[in-house]
Design a protein around this ligand. Structure first.
Ligand code: CA
Length: 229
């Protein structure tokens, strides 16, 4: 039998924290709760959880500061963080993702969706890291980094080096949201320096070239892009 995964819920609103605790426990997780950022930082040092579900709006130390602090400490740097956010907090979501948070869920959330997202983060974390050069097949797309080739439903499509890097980056981590600045940092354009605005332009062209598979490249409004899981 697998050991129960543990989740620390950081949320100052008691009813939401209890709702989360109840549903996560029912799903088989071992759950602890903290009502403030300061309390959460102490709690992870007492017992390191497998994942932190972190509300961004906290009294005192806010969620972004908690995230930054966890990512700066070698002990907790690799701890997966899923942010709980409110509508209209896109700027904070972008900051959190750039600090290293794994995902975010916007309130009000459906418990079913929340559980699926947490499972996905835990699954990605326990999966062996994909070799960047290994070919992958996802939906009706095949990507062969060694040959720099992409097949859509078995037919080869002609991509520029930058478009190829963009697709390879996103498709290797389906479901992950990448901010524009993360994309700029990850892909180095061969022909010219890639800017955040250029990412949008490349994305339009890439979608067009991928034809029926273009729809898997999703725009996440105000945040960035992700490849459909
Ligand atoms: Ca709150």
């Amino acid at each position: 039998m697998m050991a129960k995964k543990s989740i620390l819920v950081v949320e100052d609103e008691d009813d939401i924290r209890e709702l989360l605790r109840y549903n996560l426990a029912k799903e088989g997780y071992q759950v602890t709760g903290s009502a403030s950022g300061e309390e959460a930082l102490k709690a992870v040092r007492v017992s390191l959880p497998d994942l932190v579900l972190l509300d961004l709006m906290l009294p005192g130390m806010d969620g972004l500061e908690v995230c930054r602090s966890l990512k700066q400490d070698p002990l907790t740097r690799n701890l997966p963080i899923v942010m709980l956010t409110a509508k209209g907090e896109e700027a904070d979501i972008v900051s959190g993702l750039e600090l290293g948070a794994d995902d975010y869920i916007t309130k009000p959330f459906s418990v079913r969706v929340l559980l699926a997202r947490l499972r996905a983060v835990l699954r990605r974390r326990s999966a062996a890291p994909l070799l960047e050069t290994a070919p992958i097949t996802i939906h009706e797309l095949e990507i062969h980094p060694g040959r720099h080739e992409v097949l859509v439903q078995g037919h080869s499509v002609d991509l520029t080096a930058t478009e190829f890097s963009l697709l390879n980056l996103l498709a290797r981590r389906p479901g992950w949201v990448f901010t524009r600045s993360q994309i700029v940092n990850e892909i180095h354009g061969d022909d010219y320096s890639v800017t955040e605005r250029a990412v949008d332009v490349q994305m339009v062209s890439l979608r067009k070239k991928l034809g029926p598979c273009g729809k898997y490249l999703e725009t996440v409004r105000g945040i960035g892009y992700r490849f459909k899981d």
